[in-house]
Design a binder for this molecule. Structure first.
Ligand code: FPP
Length: 236
């Protein structure tokens, strides 16, 4: 990892397999999510060590609202605990927290804790941890299209001026560079409505293991695999 250009600036992760990890052990699903939160902590540390600038985690999708109420409640409680307990650590490690998604749908208490942690870490700078919460990429794209159409109808923009940059500026991720590396655990070969616009040129690395079994060494391994690949962005 000595050549800085071979280090991904932005890593995005689809953390999959918490439920199956718990099932294998005869534990409730929430135990899998709890173990998954520990993998999150390890990945933040590994990204800091590598000099990665952005780490985006798919923590709760728009489709996850359809899970049984008890599991949704457990996930929100876990997120709240993470935000409360890890805020000191994020400060110590100079990590800035951001969130993308339909955040209005989060329970008031969860949103308040999220906003408090975002405000508290706003001046940090070495790594930005982006939590995708109540996130769905199609929703994000539709909202961007709607906002441009509204501005065009009001005469604020000329439809002819709409280009990739203007479009990207209306996404939740405005100002955040596109992911260079997308990691997914549990062996599934799907992107599951995650950052569909933003991952257009991302290198994808899939791990068979479940998310709670994903440790620092795995993140380093993914970064090494990324460095081995030759990115051409469609050119020769
Ligand atoms: C996928 O496993 C994981 C999730 C839906 C939630 C991810 C949440 C965490 C890792 C918990 C903590 C996160 C933070 C940021 C504190 P799954 O339940 O879909 O697993 P399965 O496919 O085996 O059922």
């Amino acid at each position: 990892m000595s050549d800085s250009s071979s280090i991904p600036r932005h890593i995005a992760i689809i953390m999959d397999g918490n439920g199956r990890w718990a099932k294998e052990r005869g534990l409730p699903r929430r135990a899998g999510h709890r173990a998954g939160a520990e993998s999150v902590r390890e990945c933040v540390e590994a990204c800091k060590e590598l000099g990665v600038e952005y780490l985006t985690l798919y923590a709760f999708s728009s489709e996850n609202w359809n899970r049984p109420a008890a599991e949704v409640t457990a996930l929100m409680a876990l997120l709240e605990r993470f935000l409360e307990e890890k805020a000191d650590e994020l400060m110590k490690q100079d990590v800035k927290l951001q969130a993308i998604g339909h955040l209005d749908r989060l329970p008031d208490r969860t949103r308040a804790k999220l906003n408090a942690a975002i405000e508290r870490t706003a001046q940090n700078g070495s790594l930005t941890l982006v939590l995708a919460l109540s996130y769905g990429s199609r929703e994000e794209l539709v909202e961007a299209a709607r906002s441009l159409a509204t501005d065009a109808a009001a005469g604020k923009i000329d439809p002819a001026d709409i280009d990739g940059d203007l479009f990207a500026s209306r996404l939740y991720t405005a100002g955040i560079p596109d992911p260079d590396l997308l990691i997914r655990t549990s062996g599934e070969l799907r992107v599951s409505n995650f950052l569909l616009w933003q991952i257009s040129y991302a290198e994808i690395v899939i791990f068979k293991k479940f998310w709670p079994d994903f440790h620092q060494a795995d993140l380093f391994e993914a970064a090494k695999e990324y460095a081995r690949r030759h990115r051409r962005f469609g050119a020769l």
